[in-house]
Write a new protein. Structure first.
Length: 315
């Protein structure tokens, strides 16, 4: 007697594969990688290559040991490796970066079933691991080579502003990338070029990114350090990792519907802004997006999609 499997819909078919999507994401990150190399030297390229190699190798070895389908060549581990390196300062010790790579791929991604099954962003969790376990390893930022200053190490722009001191950098320098910070987050111009490429290839949800970035900038402007409507919009927009977080780290695939993605992005933005405004942390991207990742299940309960074929009241 033949058996019939019934799989719930909807049934969508598309020629686009995971490998194809992740390859385009990798291509979109090349401008930021070149910018990191230009501003911070060949060490940035070396660390990025090492991070990618460790991520791909970790995924390959784990899938071989567990006798699962080897997907190390689908570029998803490459993207994780690049984003992890981009979230680190160029001074990060090699052992700390490798530990973050292995943790991201092995624990956060593979032990939850691989790509698409991890409930949080692997790269951000790797960054969080190092930030909590070895904070000194990821808090030593350096000034780009193109800036003429007496000191080599420096605090981030947002960290300096949080302490009440003058940042010493113009908005144009922040936009171009001439400021201390993580390797891949400094040049907003190059990140936006890569993001525009992903939008052109239709592999990213631009509305979710704009919602997240807009929520953070609006709230930090309203609840400024000197009272209502005293926040510096351009400083919050260009002074940290907001652009990279919104364009590359916000895992908006947690929802399939447009409205669900926008709610998800707005919640992530609210949490990020709250951290920037009320906590001692000047950035908040990592905690904001990871918290929203963990809240995706609750948000999906609050936001119930209409069931086609039924009246809204019945659904």
């Amino acid at each position: 007697m033949s058996q019939t499997r019934v799989i719930n819909g909807p049934h969508l078919r598309t020629p686009r594969t995971t490998r194809n999507v992740m390859m385009h994401v990798t291509i979109s990150l090349i401008p930021a990688l070149l910018g990191a190399t230009y501003y911070f030297g060949i060490q940035a390229l070396y660390l990025s290559g090492l991070s990618v190699a460790v991520c791909v190798l970790t995924e390959y070895i784990w899938q071989k040991i567990t006798k699962k389908q080897v997907t190390a060549g689908d570029f998803s581990a490459v993207v994780t490796g690049l984003l992890l390196a981009f979230n680190m300062p160029v001074t990060v010790p090699v052992w700390a970066l490798v530990a973050a790579d292995v943790f991201s791929i092995l624990v956060v991604k593979q032990m939850f079933g691989g790509i698409g099954n991890n409930f949080v962003n692997p790269a951000l969790m790797g960054r969080l691991l190092v930030m909590v376990a070895w904070p000194a390893a990821v808090m030593q930022y350096v000034v780009p080579r193109t800036v003429s200053v007496d000191a080599v190490s420096a605090a981030t722009i947002l960290g300096t502003a949080k302490s009440g001191a003058e940042t010493g950098y113009s908005y144009l320098q922040m936009f171009l990338g001439e400021m201390p910070g993580a390797m891949g987050e400094t040049s907003k111009l190059l990140l936006l070029i890569g993001f525009a490429y992903m939008c052109y290839k239709k592999i990213v949800n631009a509305e979710a990114a704009v919602t997240y970035i807009g929520t953070v900038t609006i709230l930090t402007f309203i609840f400024g350090p000197d009272g209502l409507f005293t926040g510096d919009i351009l400083l919050n927009l260009f002074g940290g990792g907001l652009i990279m977080g919104g364009c590359y780290m916000l895992t908006d695939y947690a929802f399939a519907s447009r409205k669900g993605k926008l709610i998800y992005a707005a919640v992530a933005g609210i949490i990020t802004a709250a951290i920037r405004i009320f906590s001692v942390y000047p950035e908040g991207i990592c905690f904001g997006i990871l918290t929203a990742n963990c809240m995706a299940g609750m948000l999906s309960v609050l936001y119930k999609k209409h069931v086609y074929g039924m009246k809204k009241k019945e659904a």
